[in-house]
Write a protein that binds this ligand. Structure first.
Ligand code: APR
Ligand code: PHB
Length: 400
């Protein structure tokens, strides 16, 4: 068996694993990344696309934001439609912070290029990773690298392998607690080759269910529909998708939606999951491997970037002078931010969606909540602070 040595073994080349590897290399710390899928697969995987201001800043500091700064669409507000009317939530006026629309797979492409340019080790197509000795000071991953069995030994292992990864499952039963919640609906998402019909995102609350008009570029629209939890894609031919979007996004009885070829489509389950703690011995989990949120508030990627930034700083402190303080605090500090993100994602999910259990009473309560959001500056500001990520920045600053 071939033995490879490194400082940090990183499992998973999604945004978490790639960004961690890059942030570490900027601090002179070596890592080896092993990814189950091919490079083409991870570069094409369509996911969320709303970057908080703080996330953009991390990517800038890491020197991987040139294309993001050129192509990302900066937003200062969003539109909220309900009861046939439209209202604007001017989040930048309320918080001073903007958001940026830029596809997650574009972030992944930029990070892979940056790792490549720096000579970083990222191995794709490694589908048999198994972890050993994570409680010792020589944790290791065994897998097949270039058709040869290999053992990758590091000082630490970073589990950045997403919700379905192997790292969380390697932990002994009883070493962590999982908190979960499943919603009784899903999102059908499409990417369409058509200029967005709107400059700002439109969140539409409708009696037939929620719809969202988002975008990836001046030529590519991203749209979502609330659908049943087990909805087969086969039940949704193109014409039905567009008709439903037109109905749910209509304002003042008027429909106005640009339609175009659908480039990709998928159904995303709506669930929440948090594991506590996010560390076991020398294994540290980051991003979707440790927590997921329903996509309503687009917090998944932003929480992952926050984890990784904290983890990179903690590893750097250990390599600089052997201090364990930041590593020991990693799980606690990350979880405070994660639960804040969970809470806001739950609030936004229940504000926007029609629940199968809703009666006339719940529908009226939701309408009153929406009215409050668009008439009270205080409510709008509190919402906006969470939406743009300012609440998390305050929490982190308060904990340091
Ligand atoms: N071995 C190696 N790699 C694995 C394994 C495994 N056993 N299991 C999964 N992976 C890889 C996946 O193929 C994927 O490329 O780990 C990567 C995890 O990436 P993501 O799922 O994207 O998770 P993360 O990097 O934490 O990104 C955060 O933000 O918008 C949200 O959920 C969205 O992916 C997003 C997340
Ligand atoms: C997206 O574009 O994927 C998106 C945007 C905003 C959200 C959720 C998803 O709240």
């Amino acid at each position: 068996m071939r033995t490879l040595r490194t400082q940090v073994v990183i499992v998973g080349a999604g945004p978490s694993g790639l960004l961690l590897s890059h942030l570490l290399s900027l601090r002179g710390i070596e890592s080896i990344v092993v990814e189950r899928r091919t490079r083409e697969y991870v570069e094409q995987r369509v996911r969320a696309g709303l970057l908080e201001h703080g996330t953009v800043e991390v990517l800038r500091e890491a020197g991987v934001a040139d294309r993001l700064d050129r192509e990302g669409l900066v937003h200062e507000g969003f539109q909220l439609r309900f009861d046939g009317g439209q209202h604007r939530l001017p989040f930048t006026e309320l918080t001073g912070w903007t958001t940026c629309m830029y596809g997650q797979q574009e972030v992944v492409k930029d990070l892979i290029r940056a790792r490549e340019a720096a000579g970083g080790a990222v191995h794709f197509g490694i589908d048999d990773v198994a972890l050993f000795d994570v409680e010792s000071d020589a944790p290791r991953a065994r897998c097949t690298v270039q058709d040869e069995p290999a053992e990758i030994i590091g000082d630490f292992v970073a589990g950045c392998d997403g919700f379905h990864g192997v790292c969380r499952r390697s932990l002994p039963a009883g070493s962590f607690t999982a908190y979960e919640h499943a919603y009784p609906f899903a999102w059908l998402g499409i990417l369409a080759e058509v200029p967005p019909s709107t400059e700002e995102l439109i969140y539409a609350v409708h009696e037939r269910g929620f719809a969202l008009h988002s975008m990836r570029s001046p030529r590519i629209s991203r749209l979502y529909l609330q659908v049943g939890p087990e909805e087969p894609l086969a039940d949704w031919p193109d014409a039905r998708i567009w008709a439903e979007l037109r109905t749910r996004l209509a304002v003042d009885g008027r429909e106005g939606l640009n339609e175009g070829p659908i480039l990709s489509r998928g159904v995303t389950a709506m669930r929440s999951f948090v594991m506590e703690p996010m560390q076991w011995g020398r294994l540290f989990l980051a991003g979707d491997a440790a927590h997921i949120v329903p996509p309503s508030a687009a917090k998944g990627l932003n929480l992952a970037v926050a984890d990784v930034r904290r983890l990179a700083a903690a590893f750097a402190a250990w390599y600089a002078d052997g201090t364990m303080e930041l590593l020991n605090r990693y799980s606690r500090d990350s979880l405070a931010a994660v639960w804040q993100g969970q809470e806001f994602s739950a609030v936004m999910t229940s504000l926007l969606h029609r629940f199968p259990s809703d009666g006339a009473y719940e529908v009226r309560l939701r309408r009153a909540r929406l009215q409050e959001l668009v008439t009270s500056r205080a409510s709008a500001t509190a919402f906006a602070e969470n939406y743009v990520g300012l609440s998390r920045a305050r929490l982190v600053a308060g904990g340091e």
